[in-house]
Design a protein around this ligand. Sequence first.
Ligand code: GLU
Length: 549
Amino acid sequence: MVELPIHLLLIEDNPLHSRLVLQLLKADTQLQCEVEAVECLADGLDILERGDVDLVLLDLVLPDSQELETLLRVRMAAPQVPVVILTSLDDVKLAARAVESGAYDYLVKSSLKSTALSRSIRYTLSRARARGGEWDSPMFRLAQQQFLKAAQYMDLDDNIRQRLLFPQRTQMVSFPFFRDDRSQVETVFGYRVQHVLSMGPTKGGIRYHQDVDLGEVAALAMWMTWKCALMKLPFGGAKGGVRVDPTSLSKRELQRLTRRYTAEIIDIIGPDKDIPAPDMGTDEQVMAWLMDTYSQQVGHAVPAVVTGKPVVLGGSLGRKEATGRGLVYLIEASAAHLGFELGKATAVVQGFGNVGSYTARFLAEAGAKIIGVSDVSTGLYCPEGLSVADLLAYVAEHRVLAGYPGAEPISNQALLELDCDVLALAALQNQVTVENAGRINCRLLAEGANGPTMLEADEILFERGIFVLPDILGNAGGVTVSYFEWVQGMQNLTWTLEEINGRLQTILLDAFQRTLRLAQERKLDMRTAALIEGVKRVTDAKLLRGVFP
Ligand code: GLU
């Protein structure tokens, strides 16, 4: 419980609004607080200096400060004090930007109710307390804000909302690691986060990247929960990560690192507990080592402890290409909905790893003209269309796209802004932002990566009529075929590629239709609709299971 009374600072220059907030706070019997109200920022900053304020309710447009500058100055004066924005209906965009810049929540003054205000204050305070530095990453904030937006539309049960904001189980490890020259012992940090344990075992990939942190892994675990629920798979969400640059590792180093990381998290994974899979920076070989390490430990082969492993070790046909294939099934369905033919469309694919390269391949097979691609090394632009087969052959030889003949180099920003029918994002998070969303020039934005679009950019895309296939739908082909792989492993049977692709398509298109229907009925963007579908299923399950003890 929050210690009482809570000390609130209200910075609001409109006396009418100020009075309304004070009245609403007074009307709430659950929330005991002392409020100090001021009309300009300078007075607010003086009060903040005293150091006893628990939370700031902030109007962003004041006589002595405007817009994000206002938030910035409050945060500079008291970085640890959480801020909730009070906004008028015209300024919701600005408020959303403030949330991206570190505010915890925003409330629209014209529709403000006592319960909503007190709930926002209570949740903000408990989130601020739970959010040590380790949770506080831009990606986790994005995942939380997306969830909160969906929760608001759903009128989600208070208790469930609070439970789902943070993962249930987190394992953080640091372990020793020798490079091949054995010159020194390095300390490497790794994570495994299980977001929801109510739906069955947890499921999600393992990411090797130099920027991985707990907040990022937690965000990805949360998205896995919604993704599995949207697909109606019997899993909760999880994710793992190791903070290391995989391109700096030799094959032997990669193997040692993987085996030690597996040993560190071995107690919380297993075919009935939590089933890892590949993600950015990991592949079939890494899964094979993980499976071997686990199997050595328990004394017999346990293929179902991971998915995305090589077929010869019990991997599923079609798993490797599943994310790209699934994305293209959904792009086809979206094109039909939007009324254009994929066979005559132009497409740009950002990212040329597993997801991007298969997406480009299947798009080209469907007849689309690939006019732009990119990877970490470069972007390539060719208005006449690129040959995906040639690109794949080039990358097989040179590892990256840089230097590919027959196409113009293009910057990442310019690539995203190319005029095209389909823009597939299959690289990193945080690509479409408030800064460039107004210049995205496609009809359909298809997310193969996790978290490539920021919250406020979503609103701009929605207003501009750009149709978005959100990540938890767009890239769900991977985990769906992972589910098939797990089922085959648990039952010691194998399905044909036709069976797998057929079932994959059925599951994805069903989720697509449900999401589209909800988006149309409630006039929502596709991401919020997809989240509502996923969150609803998890909520139903949680309410049925009840609370132990
Ligand atoms: N890492 C992939 C994802 O983000 C796949 C997870 C899985 O197959 O379990 O969906």
